[in-house]
Design a protein around this ligand. Structure first.
Ligand code: GUN
Length: 295
């Protein structure tokens, strides 16, 4: 399509952060407290460190407080559970985020389910996953995982009424694919999830009005997978060797952007699409949590 719209995640995220900043100010004047996010990072995975530092910087920029807890990779499950217990009880802390993946010796489900659901800024606790799945009025009480929420808010900017559209989600993770499907079902989309064992993935994707790619495979989705005029949301953040600059690397999505640009009606770039939205949604969830804890 010649008039393909580039969905500007950076701008939409900046707008959402401004809205959230106003709510931070409002919270402060009403309750004389600053909304506070506790971030827990276990080990020294460089990608996670960058992610956590960006979250901290952005939160501080809108007047929130952040407590960083950096733990050695060798920390025991018991020690981590004890930290989570302290954060649950600490009235200053409104949101808790445990950065994933955790080291192999830990049971991630056990750790996440130890977070008080009302402080679960990531929306990963089983209670919140259940509420997201049931939908309806329970959505007012839950936290929606930040990446799918960011994708959803961008989609709504392009098409305010998603009713009846066919969304094909590539990837079935608990962090993106499954919660994305719940959100779009709630909007009365027809939803298909495809994954590594799906037969004829390309034919399935080709039927989509909305494609959400979240598999972590660089440039996987090509133009011949995509229906003319489809909206394409690229969740992938993959670092690859730079095709033209030896020794350098480059960030690319799961979608071959230059190729798919020619057929999509709207597409998110990488970087500058889903990434900034994820962080803006985390800040929004933390402020939601702060207000709910006062009720
Ligand atoms: N690892 C990759 N994405 C996420 C996320 O949204 N939250 C957390 N806690 N860890 C992640």
């Amino acid at each position: 399509m010649s008039d393909t719209k580039v969905i500007d995640g950076k701008q939409i995220a900046a707008d959402l952060r401004l809205e959230t900043k106003d709510r931070v100010t409002d919270f402060q004047s009403k309750y004389n407290k600053v909304p506070t996010l506790a971030v827990v990072l276990v080990g020294e995975d460089p990608a996670s460190q960058v992610y956590v530092n960006t979250k901290t910087k952005m939160a501080k920029e809108i007047g929130m407080d952040v407590e960083d807890h950096f733990l050695e990779k060798t920390v025991t499950e018991k020690e981590l559970l004890s930290l989570i217990d302290q954060l649950n009880k600490n009235e200053k802390v409104n949101g808790i985020l445990v950065q994933l993946p955790l080291p192999e010796h830990m049971d991630s489900r056990l750790i996440i389910d130890a977070i008080d659901p009302i402080k679960d800024a990531d929306g990963f606790h089983a209670i919140n996953v259940g509420r997201n799945s049931i939908g309806g009025d329970l959505l007012k009480k839950t936290f929606t995982p930040c990446t799918p929420l960011g994708c959803y808010l961008m989609l709504k900017k392009v098409v305010p009424d998603l009713k009846g559209m066919h969304a094909v989600i590539i990837g079935r993770s608990n962090i993106v694919g499954k919660p994305m499907a719940q959100l779009l079902l709630e909007e009365s989309c027809t939803v298909t999830i495809v994954h590594s064992k799906t037969k004829d993935i390309e034919d399935m994707v080709k039927q989509a009005d909305i494609v959400v790619a979240a598999v972590g495979r660089p440039n996987m989705v090509k133009s011949n997978w995509v229906k003319d005029g489809a909206i394409v949301i690229d969740v992938g953040i993959n670092r690859i060797d730079h095709p033209d600059k030896p020794g350098k690397t480059k960030l690319v999505g799961d979608v071959d952007y230059d190729d798919v640009f020619n057929v999509a009606s709207a597409i998110t770039p990488v970087p500058g699409g889903v990434g900034p939205m994820t962080i803006a949604c985390l800040l929004k969830n933390t402020v939601d949590a702060a207000f709910r804890q006062q009720d």
